[in-house]
Ligand binder design. Sequence first.
Ligand code: 5GP
Length: 143
Amino acid sequence: MTGTAYDPQNIFGKILRGEVPCHKVYENEHVIAFMDVMPQADGHTLVVPKAASRNLLDADPAALGHLYAAVQIVARAAKAAFAADGVAVYQYNEAAAGQTVFHLHVHVLPRHEGVSPRRHVDGMADPAVLAQHAERIRAALAH
Ligand code: 5GP
């Protein structure tokens, strides 16, 4: 479905308002970043702008600059934290393109040579493992 209005009851809206917990790794005036609960790779992090939009298509261009500046910060830290060979950064727009949560967000995935990512929106991770992974990224951000 395209052209639908932003719904503030989406799960990331709730996380941004503090109504639902998350394993936060980074926050500034414009964004929050936290662990994906169904990670496609260890260290899979989501970077979410505080400004409300469904996705890239209805976002304020000014918000995109702030968002991608934060994506770079998180990508560098996730790569270091997981001793990755590279980082995949991706972002879906509308259900037809694979979007399942309708508040703009960017996926940051540490990638290792020869290791395929797990399927999108597959199994839930152990919260204790996510907490450890978040701590590793926070530690890398502190350096
Ligand atoms: P999308 O398909 O919209 O690009 O990705 C949404 C992502 O949000 C998926 O990777 C999914 O695992 C993740 N996700 C869904 N619900 C929650 C949640 O309640 N908390 C967190 N941290 N991630 C979620």
